[in-house]
Design a protein around this ligand. Structure first.
Ligand SMILES: Cc1cc2nc3c(=O)[nH]c(=O)nc-3n(C[C@H](O)[C@H](O)[C@H](O)COP(=O)(O)OP(=O)(O)OC[C@H]3O[C@@H](n4cnc5c(N)ncnc54)[C@H](O)[C@@H]3O)c2cc1C
Length: 477
């Protein structure tokens, strides 16, 4: 019997993950990527003598990658040397910093000492997360969620205290403004607004504390190199510098994709391109009405500044959060007023094995007349003024390389819909229930993988989305 042919368009982790599962089951897979290298947001970038991770700076839920490698007959540890972070974060405030430890017991002790007024509330939240996490493993992490019924699980009921508008839960249960500011940061990681129900946002710190935060030796892009190595061993045909230009359909199926390097035919097509971009740019002529999941407001985004320095400030650990008590106002500016925030939480990554500093701030996408080109010229003084408030100083003479990313970059380089990082909208509900599923409902041989479809954003979720798409293709035979 002839091998079934699959064409995966987009070589981010979502696309690579799907390619891996299908190739390991004997499918003939071609992976098309418009960039020079694989990995999308997680690929390595060099500026001068410095090598940067331009997006992800840590890995969580390592077991997701380990299991995928094992299922395909490989061992992840053969490809990556992991270091585990402890403390997980250094939390900087105007007055002092706190080191947030790994491990549930140690972490609870730290909360009892540093925020005694919130110890009981924090412990209860962690207990609810434990139940929610068990339920998540059996549902959201296992398959596409097509209806509320497919979420039915008694462990979700035990976690009912996490359900409700996120900000009202945080305001009700916690007293200390620094702990509140800490929690307000998490809905954005999954593309939610702080006012939306976001039980999974509570689970992010729980997962970090309980299951560890990892940094691959040599940078996060090592995870991409590991996937690429096994894709090659499995015979996947990798075509970088190959950009999708158009999609042609015949009957209810895609017949071929047209690229700058010629036409590609296959039995199945998988898109790892941002879902909203695919619908609006490449499928508009096919699907006359846009998907009902699609609305015109883009989800929020980030802007970031990366600098290579000869001297790193000693006060920084690998993973730093700069928190202030204006947490509500700053997230209102980003999520509701859709402005560049005035006094935001700043994330700083200062990996031990490199002379790099990476500053990240949540922001709106391309909208509301924000002049991102103009802001780019002001980004360095903006960031440097913010960090001064926390007594973090960088000697200007020590700066040897500089790189900037705004929503314009995500739009141009990664084809993200209006530069938003979480799909067309952040008006999602519980557990990203209405993120698009990984199967197209109208085009019989089209599937989706990546951060803008289920189960959601972040590297582990992108890997799972690829697995869901592959599973759906396998079960269609
Ligand atoms: C600043 C920042 C920090 C982050 N930090 C973390 C973190 O610490 N931990 C974590 O887990 N996650 C983090 N993330 C999120 C994570 O990087 C993403 O969710 C994940 O990499 C998305 O993978 P993907 O496969 O969905 O998309 P992408 O990586 O965007 O891949 C899509 C690919 O499709 C290609 N493509 C697009 N259009 C075409 C076309 N027409 N033809 C061919 N190819 C095309 C693109 O070039 C790209 O390579 C961060 C993201 C950012 C931006």
């Amino acid at each position: 019997m002839a091998l079934k042919k699959v064409c995966v368009v987009g070589g981010g982790l979502g696309g690579m993950s799907c390619a891996l599962d299908l190739a390991s089951k004997g499918y003939s897979v071609t992976l098309l990527e418009k960039g020079r290298v694989l990995g999308g947001k997680a690929s390595n970038v060099n500026v001068g003598d410095f090598s940067f991770d331009p997006g992800p700076s840590i890995l969580i839920l390592k077991t997701i990658y380990e299991k995928q490698f094992k299922d395909a007959g490989f061992i992840l540890d053969d490809y990556i040397t992991f270091t585990e972070l402890d403390p997980i974060f250094r939390i900087h405030t105007y007055e002092k910093y706190y080191d947030f430890p790994a491990g549930l017991e140690k972490n609870l002790q730290f909360i009892r000492q540093s925020f005694p007024e919130d110890y009981n509330a924090y412990k209860k939240i962690m207990e609810s997360c434990e139940s929610a996490y068990k339920a998540t493993l059996e549902t959201v992490f296992k398959h596409d969620i097509k209806s509320v019924l497919s979420m039915a699980n008694k462990n979700f009921l035990r976690a009912s205290s996490l359900v409700g508008p996120y900000d009202s839960i945080v305001e009700r249960v916690f007293k200390n403004p620094i702990l509140k500011a800490f929690f307000y940061d998490f809905p954005g990681y999954g593309g939610k607004k702080f006012t939306q129900p976001s039980p999974e946002a509570f689970m992010i710190p729980y997962i970090m504390v309980k299951y560890g935060v990892f940094y691959p030796k040599g940078g996060v892009s090592k995870i991409i190199e590991a996937y690429e190595a096994v894709l090659k061993l499995l015979g996947v045909e990798i075509r970088t510098g190959t950009e999708l230009l158009a999609i042609e359909k015949e009957g209810k199926k895609i017949k071929k994709v047209v690229t700058n390097k010629g036409d590609f035919y296959a039995d199945y097509f998988v898109s790892n391109i941002d879902y909203a971009t695919l619908q609006t740019k490449y499928l508009k002529h096919i699907n006359n009405s846009p998907s009902k999941n699609l609305i015109k407001t883009p989800s929020h985004s980030y802007f970031s500044l990366q600098i290579g320095v000869s001297e790193k400030p000693k006060i920084l650990l690998h993973h730093n959060l700069l928190l202030n008590t204006e947490y509500r106002e700053q997230y209102s500016q980003v999520h509701l007023k859709r402005q560049i925030p005035k006094n935001p939480t700043v994330y700083i990554n200062a990996p031990e094995d490199r002379q790099n500093l990476f500053f990240v701030v949540s922001s709106p996408a391309i909208e509301n007349g924000i002049d991102w080109k103009n802001f780019e010229t002001k980004m360095k003084p903006y960031v440097f003024d913010l960090i001064k408030q926390y007594d973090i100083k960088i000697n200007p003479d020590s700066i040897k390389a500089i790189r900037k990313q705004t929503p314009l970059y995500f739009d141009n380089e990664h084809n993200n819909y209006l530069g938003g990082l979480f799909g067309a909208t952040d008006d999602k509900i519980l557990f990203n229930l209405f993120n698009p599923i990984t199967v197209d409902k109208r085009i019989k041989n089209l599937y989706y993988a990546g951060a803008t479809v289920q189960p959601g954003a972040g590297l582990p979720m992108a890997a799972l989305s690829g697995r869901f798409a592959a599973k759906n293709i396998l079960s269609s035979n």
